[in-house]
Ligand binder design. Sequence first.
Ligand code: NAP
Length: 279
Amino acid sequence: MVKVGIVGLGLIGGSLGIDLRHQGFKVLGVARQRVTCQIAKHRGIVDKADFNLDILAKAEIIFICTPIDAIVPTLERIIPHISADTIVTDVGSVKESIVRTCSELWPNFVGGHPMAGTTEQGIDAAQANLFQGAAYVFTPIENTPQAAVSELKAIARSLGCVTYTCSPEEHDRAVAWISHLPVTISASLIKACIGESSASVADLARKLASSGFRDTSRVGGGNPELGKMMAQYNRDNLLRSLGQYRDSLTQFIEAIDREDWASLEKLLESTRQARSEFI
Ligand code: NAP
């Protein structure tokens, strides 16, 4: 039975544990708190859990599922406890800064990012089948061992993911568009709505909010720590995307201001067609 270690038993780490166990892997979990270890065992997320890193000694593959800023320090901490042929991967939402450093620290490191999540966080948010049908992108660099990439891709496919490979730089630029920009826009949408000056209109808006608002505000109502780190660790790409978004918003504002309904309809027609290429 292949032994898989998971460090950080939150939404992603916990959900991975559930699905990996279903696939027949033996899952060894590491959390910082005793209570997280207890919940993980009680819910069947792991076979064994501990806050002592020695539990990872027999793991053949390790997923680091901590917040982005803890990935490199976590790898540094686990290195003295693991054997030389262990494959280590992470699930961080940003890759460039992490992959270069981690690959220097551990030659058998492969950057990864499962494109799945919810707005919840922590072990209580862990759920089965979170990765079913999701994209899972791996970001090898020049020295990344191909065998490790192949092994991780096979695991990701066993979880129901569609796998992709690209450079860490391409990954960060692409996710700025489809993940980090939407979080920022969605959060600023909520921020604008709560700026309504009439208390009765604001109250009515809250009561009338339905599926459209639910869809457009979802990612802006998620984990604030994750949103902050996406911006912090992918700043340049996010700023570039936000700049282009601002130009695009200006186009819409100008068409509406000019009462240029033909241009507005043309814009909306082009976005309707383009959306299907993403979703
Ligand atoms: P999460 O639910 O907050 O889980 C992270 C877990 O890591 C926490 O439950 C915590 O567990 C542990 N942890 C927190 N700080 C730590 C530290 N300094 N050192 C060691 N462990 C620490 O977050 P998540 O959403 O699963 O995100 C985890 C990773 O997945 C991030 O790198 C994120 O970029 C990536 N990711 C997230 C999503 C998403 O939509 N949420 C999607 C794809 C990838 P204990 O306190 O019990 O130790």
